[in-house]
Design a protein around this ligand. Sequence first.
Ligand code: NAD
Ligand code: GLY
Length: 349
Amino acid sequence: MQVNIPLKQVVDNSYDITIDTIKPVHFDTKVAIITNPKVAGLHLAYLLSKVTAKELYIITVPDGEEYKNQDSINIILESLFNHKFNRKSMLIAFGGGVIGDMTGYAASIYQRGINFVQIPTTLLSQVDASVGGKTGMNNSYGKNLVGAFHQPKAVLIDPHFLSTLPSREFGAGVAEIVKMAVTFNKDFFEFLESADLKDSDVLQEAIKQAVQTKANVVAQDEKENGIRAALNYGHTFGHVIENETKYKKYLHGEAVSIGMVMANETAVKMGLMDKNEALRVKSFLEKYNLPVSYKISDSESFYETFFLDKKSSDSQITFIIPVGLGDVKITDSCDKELVISVLNSFGES
Ligand code: NAD
Ligand code: GLY
């Protein structure tokens, strides 16, 4: 005997991403702003001058990637239960990617899912983490290994918040911007090359183009069954660097910067990218003080660490290799010898 549950429903989860000064908004429901002490100290007063609600609560969790864990999720959930949040209530993620990912995850599991809005305050979260509905937390097995796809109802990107961002954090965001350009949009890369991201109009345009690029990818492949994996360009190598340096030496975007240079050198060796194109990307990263070299002490052990990557299986490693500027190849058949030779010669010239 069989009982079939027909569940072929079409759900419209579309949402708008607004890149502008936040306009005053009132929510006729219970709202909790999830943030951390640093972001609250710098920007909560500004946010509260714009956002009002029937009942408004502030929930703070400790600042830092090391607190992107179950303890912080529990702080959020307990507060929601204490304030009797219901399925019509709403969360606002107010902070960088750590706050965004955790708020989205808490929203995805609280009473089986409530709405949330992203108000990202770092460049990295404005151009990448707040868009596309990947939510989650870390555990003792690794980063972002627990989570859910849960799309926000809206993303409000206000460049005002970036005025207080430390320069390394700014650079980390630039790395994710250039990732979008190299993988999907040569014109965008050339715009970036010719402009100065310290100029606020240029930065706003770059945020818009990065977000548009990511939105196009997510619209085609929300759950990362294909093309969305290309957004991990630089990450396969970058994750090994983060792992080897125990997540202490480099910000994520900085490790991705080195990883993109490694991916480009692999592409050059595979005949998929011109040497000059690889050099242009490297020079761009250097212009924003992003690291582009890394001392690999043991290429074999570096290679073995690729297998810890979420995209890899026991026997295959998925590499994201650029094809010139503006195109990309997702492959699990990169020749090991070739990759090892890239790793052996990395940083030599
Ligand atoms: P983060 O959230 O840790 O923020 C970096 C630091 O900047 C923190 O100390 C934060 O408190 C502080 N900060 C935030 N806004 C500030 C401001 N306006 N002025 C001054 N300081 C400010 O780090 P991040 O780089 O924003 O995000 C990294 C996280 O994002 C990682 O956990 C990563 O896994 C996740 N991520 C998620 C996605 C996704 O698609 N969901 C994509 C990329 C990255
Ligand atoms: N940051 C990669 C993604 O959102 O898919």
